[in-house]
Design a protein around this ligand. Structure first.
Ligand SMILES: [Zn+2]
Length: 105
């Protein structure tokens, strides 16, 4: 009786730990950058060195913290969305497909 319940307990704890681990993995995969407290500065990844202040278009809420969902492209004013492969914001403008801006501040 006691043995059986301890196995059940163990299984329950394991499942819980596994679920927590999977959730953490999922969150790490799909993290939007946190909103910095001051001005948002971005840098053209193809032409580093110059920094641009970025206009915030959309924010979201993740784990009670504000994250950046979309910024305005400094070159063509189209919305930019986060690209987790590049770890940078990518321009969605039709004529400016190669715009990739890293967050610097
Ligand atoms: Zn653009």
């Amino acid at each position: 009786m006691a043995r059986g319940s301890s196995i059940r307990d163990r299984d329950r704890i394991m499942t819980k730990a596994l679920r927590k681990m999977n959730r953490k993995k999922r969150e790490a995969k799909n993290t939007l950058p946190l909103l910095p407290p001051g001005e948002i500065l971005i840098m053209d990844s193809l032409n580093p060195g110059r920094r641009y202040p970025a206009k915030l278009l959309r924010t979201g809420l993740k784990n009670r913290r504000t994250v950046i969902v979309s910024l305005e492209c400094p070159a063509c004013c189209s919305p930019m969305i986060w690209d987790r492969i590049w770890n940078a914001f990518k321009c969605t403008g039709k004529t400016h497909r190669k715009g990739i801006y890293e967050l610097v501040g």
